[in-house]
Ligand binder design. Structure first.
Ligand code: SAH
Length: 434
């Protein structure tokens, strides 16, 4: 079965269009010429990435029709059948406030504070319900290609930090990156890709633009760039070359913790936030967030991280656990509890019902069923690692990061998980409030 679902354009007004998936409608941005009502398209991350010949689209849709409604029903049942725990009136009132769109900082803190199993279960199933009510069963699946593990930074937590002299380093050539991306799209059916690297100035803005243009010439795809704090002009050049997404975490919203974690770094938290704001201003779809469980991080910090992500107008929340990495100064620090991370996902969902919330690979590293648990706690986005296997194990930001399965096996596993929960790989559109 084809792995992402095309939609039918029902309305076009300037730069926006409405796309229909078996009756589910999403607002998307369109920059392709000649997109008209009635056309069939692939949309990703809220962008139309490809117009499809009608016959081909109808064939794919025919394959999906029955499965789509079955999945929708399964998702509905999963939400409906989740046991509703009895919790205190105060706790249940906060969740009610969230559903009405009025979650305040104090409420967030109270939710993050709970360790009571009944309250946790209530929080998670409420977040899953809000996800279902806001965005139905859509789930986006992005591929990630980690094209260089060279890094000029020395983040205390990161396994590819410059100071790790034991790590063999690699850099993919422009041709190699373009080829890997074209294969991901044209052979495996990905429509959204993240190109990530350490902070590696070898890739000048011109080279990054060359990579983006090379890929865009070969395939219709939404490209997210994840290359760290670079000059604002570099972001402008990447946008002009055709990239439309940026994945750039601020890592922590606490300036003191940030300076501690990035001692000796060229850039500050302010620089990083300025870059994120600039990317939003340029028109990029932005994914951002923080590391959960950094040594010294408090609940107040996590609450501020969620509120900062929202105020930055991020389309996608990317929160994942800190995993201690050998050969780093934090090798012996503890990883956070799974619940600490799940609470951050659930509260993000309640704070921003329309958001895309990523279930990160780092969360999977905390335990076998964490990907599933993340999807049942408000998450609706996943990533599949497409870095060529010969390089993958050297992109060792933390242990267990690099899944060693090949692309087909990862797709199969991901689809199996999505189907078991009633999720469909349709586009989530742009946020209604964007
Ligand atoms: N150079 C890019 C990409 C960095 S690596 C940038 O600066 O944005 C991608 C992400 O991996 C980082 O944003 C960081 O949050 C995460 N990461 C690094 N080390 C980690 C660790 N030990 N545990 C979990 N996540 C980690």
């Amino acid at each position: 079965m084809c792995y992402s679902i095309p939609g039918r354009v029902v309305e076009v007004a300037g730069r926006t269009a409405v796309v229909d998936y078996f009756g589910e409608r999403r607002n998307v941005l369109n920059e392709l010429r000649n997109v008209n009502p009635g056309d069939y398209v692939y949309a990703q991350g809220g962008f139309v990435v490809q117009v499809m010949p009608e016959e081909e689209a109808k064939d794919v849709l025919e394959l999906w029709r029955e499965a789509f409604f079955k999945l929708q029903r399964l998702d509905e049942e999963t939400v409906k059948n989740a046991g509703v725990e009895k919790v205190s009136e105060g706790f249940s009132r906060i969740i009610g406030k969230a559903k009405a769109g009025g979650l305040e900082r104090e409420d967030i803190l109270q939710l993050l504070d709970t360790t009571n199993p009944k309250e946790l279960s209530f929080l998670y199933s409420s977040a899953n319900r809000v996800r279902h009510e806001s965005l139905k069963n859509s789930c986006c699946v992005h591929g990630i290609i980690e094209f260089s593990n060279h890094c000029g930074n020395n983040c205390l937590y990161c396994g590819i930090r410059e100071g790790n002299s034991t790590l063999p380093r690699y850099r993919m050539s422009v041709e190699e990156i373009v080829e890997a991306a074209a294969e991901a799209v044209n052979v495996h059916g990905f429509r959204a890709l993240v190109l990530q690297s350490g902070e590696d100035d070898w890739y000048t803005p011109e080279i990054l633009a060359q990579i983006i243009r090379g890929i865009k010439e070969r395939c219709g795809v939404l490209l997210f760039m994840s290359v760290g704090t670079r000059d604002l002009d570099c972001y402008r050049e990447m946008y002009e070359a055709g990239a439309r997404g940026v994945l750039l975490r601020f890592e922590t919203s606490n300036p003191r913790l940030y300076s501690k974690m990035h001692a000796g770094s060229k850039s500050t938290l302010k620089d990083r936030i300025k870059t994120i704001e600039y990317a939003v201003k340029l028109g990029f779809v932005v994914a951002t967030g923080s590391l959960i469980g950094l040594p010294g991080q408090t609940k107040e910090d996590i609450a501020n991280d969620i509120l900062l992500t929202k105020s930055l107008k991020a389309e996608m929340y990317s929160f994942g656990p800190f995993i201690p990495s050998p050969q780093t100064p934090l090798a012996d620090a503890p990883a956070p509890e799974v619940d600490t991370v799940l609470k951050a996902l659930a509260v993000s969902r309640l704070a921003d019902p329309q958001a895309k919330i990523l279930v990160t690979t780092a969360l999977e590293a905390l335990g076998g069923d964490c990907r599933r648990r993340g999807l049942l706690t408000g998450g609706n986005s996943l990533m599949v690692n497409l870095t060529p296997l010969s390089h993958r194990r050297y992109y060792s930001i933390y242990p267990g990061h690099s899944n060693s399965s090949d692309t087909e096996d990862q797709i199969k596993e991901t689809l199996k998980l999505l189907y078991s929960l009633g999720r469909a790989p349709t586009d989530l559109g742009v946020k209604a409030n964007a």
